[in-house]
Design a protein around this ligand. Sequence first.
Ligand code: ACO
Length: 326
Amino acid sequence: MEMRFVSTGSYLPEQAVDNEYLSGIVDTSDEWISSRTGIRKRRITVGEGTACMAAKAAAKAVARADIDPLDIDIIIVATMSPDNFLPNTACEVQAEIGAMHAVCYDLSAACSGFVFALNTAYSFLKAGIYKTALIIGSEVLSKMIDWNERSTCVLFGDGAGAAIVQASETGLFESVLGSDGTRKNSLTCASRYIINPLVSQDSNSTDETALDYIKMDGQEVFKFVIKTIPLTIQQVMEKSCCTKEEIRYYVLHQANQRILESVSKKLKEPIEKFPMNLDKYGNTSAASIPILLDKMNKRNMLDRGDKIILSGFGGGLTWGTTLIEW
Ligand code: ACO
């Protein structure tokens, strides 16, 4: 059994924040941000949470697929910014869209999350366990950012993207996934520290993991991505016996325009094959690939049979490159 994309959906909060606005908050400029990253605007939520945006993106994907929500067997939400420890985001989406026959859980793999979730769904579909999966990436990164820290607050945005995939007789799916926990410090965001009657409060106050905003070694991440991603793209092409000429698009995590340009150069593939929307939405982590896929789908850029490479990379470190046939 193989897998097909049936539909997509996305939801972006209404409030757009441009680089000019950020220049009023921190010592930065439109020129610095756009020349280093390609980002000009991002959407920032003023109330809607991760589950709410996920459910809105999911509802659009369900409506476009023209399926009964009761036919969804599994919902996986990729997120590193859930609203709550409990319940998980996927259960909240389930309740909202009425997918009462689905098993629901979240998956945390930072900006690789959507590709990892897709691979998890594929495994269930391929094995014949489930027929229909709803995969979502949803993030409220604005709550994880130190808005006084210019090196990170200019990079991220909020949003959600969703896709419905179904088991199919035909299709193509090849992946290279990986993780390297020894490089965990390249991208971090500590959550709660351990609080219980056995731990004194004082011991926490000196613990540097108590810093609870996104911290990033930007140059380290840059080097990791431009070394790893072209290699994994070549590996999936070899595994699937596809040539570069057969690949219609490289849909990469929308972290940074310079990263995408470097990957395009390394692969000797035209930048036109690397669609981008990071100028409008910034880096939305696990949501960036499904949001971009949805925008491409709505613009009729995707035709049945197109071979597309999806690639996510980020904290962990984690990375995942998957070749799909649309
Ligand atoms: N505005 C103005 N100046 C800034 C800003 C800003 N927003 N941010 C940093 N600077 C300054 C720094 O303070 C520093 O000043 P100094 O030289 O006086 O000390 C100078 O710019 C250079 O800082 P760097 O951090 O070295 O900047 P760099 O050139 O590396 O650019 C960037 C930063 C764009 C993040 C780059 O490292 C990069 O592209 N990294 C790739 C990783 C990435 O995009 N991560 C996104 C999230 S992770 C992910 O999604 C996988």
